[in-house]
Design a protein around this ligand. Sequence first.
Ligand SMILES: NC(=O)c1ccc[n+]([C@@H]2O[C@H](COP(=O)([O-])OP(=O)(O)OC[C@H]3O[C@@H](n4cnc5c(N)ncnc54)[C@H](OP(=O)(O)O)[C@@H]3O)[C@@H](O)[C@H]2O)c1
Length: 166
Amino acid sequence: MYAIACIDKNYGIGKNGNLLISIPDDMRFFRETTKDSVVIMGRKTLFSFKNKEPLKNRINVVFTHNLELKNNYKNFDNIYFISNKSELNDILLKYSDKKAFIIGGEKIYNDFIDLCDTVYITRIDKEFDADSYFPNLLEHGFKITFSSETKIYENINYKFITYQKI
Ligand SMILES: NC(=O)c1ccc[n+]([C@@H]2O[C@H](COP(=O)([O-])OP(=O)(O)OC[C@H]3O[C@@H](n4cnc5c(N)ncnc54)[C@H](OP(=O)(O)O)[C@@H]3O)[C@@H](O)[C@H]2O)c1
């Protein structure tokens, strides 16, 4: 299983239900990396998307305690609402030809980080005011296996880093 996230210097990922920053190159990397995959998220992350709609060209799996939510998504054939991990296993079996990505937020990253073997991080070299965080990858036994050169967006430095459990 894979995870993908954009984090700041302190592992911050969001504030008030939104991203800390939106970098076009990072958005493109996310779209290309997760295309045609199963993306697994918490309900708050779904609600952070434009019009609260599922991501196109992906199977969206959303954790929630309120399964009635599915009534609001009858027009979409690419979204599942689940409330436990065994339902997730059933969906992953159904789509076993696809990669599965944990895409946030804090709660879901924490619950699944130990099931991931590869994590794609966009690391922003800046401290933001955050209220949600990614787990510390070194404490979870990950090592860096790839790091891009430093890139710059509006005076902010960032890098694409791959972590793996090895
Ligand atoms: N930087 C990044 O790459 C990135 C990526 C994704 C998200 N984010 C940010 O992360 C923040 C959201 O993170 P978050 O931790 O607050 O929310 P979250 O993980 O997106 O969603 C939490 C919700 O998921 C549901 N949930 C979680 N575990 C569950 C379980 N075991 N069973 C049933 N339902 C479960 C619950 O929904 P109900 O309340 O409906 O029961 C819970 O309130 C936002 O600021 C977002 O922008 C950042």
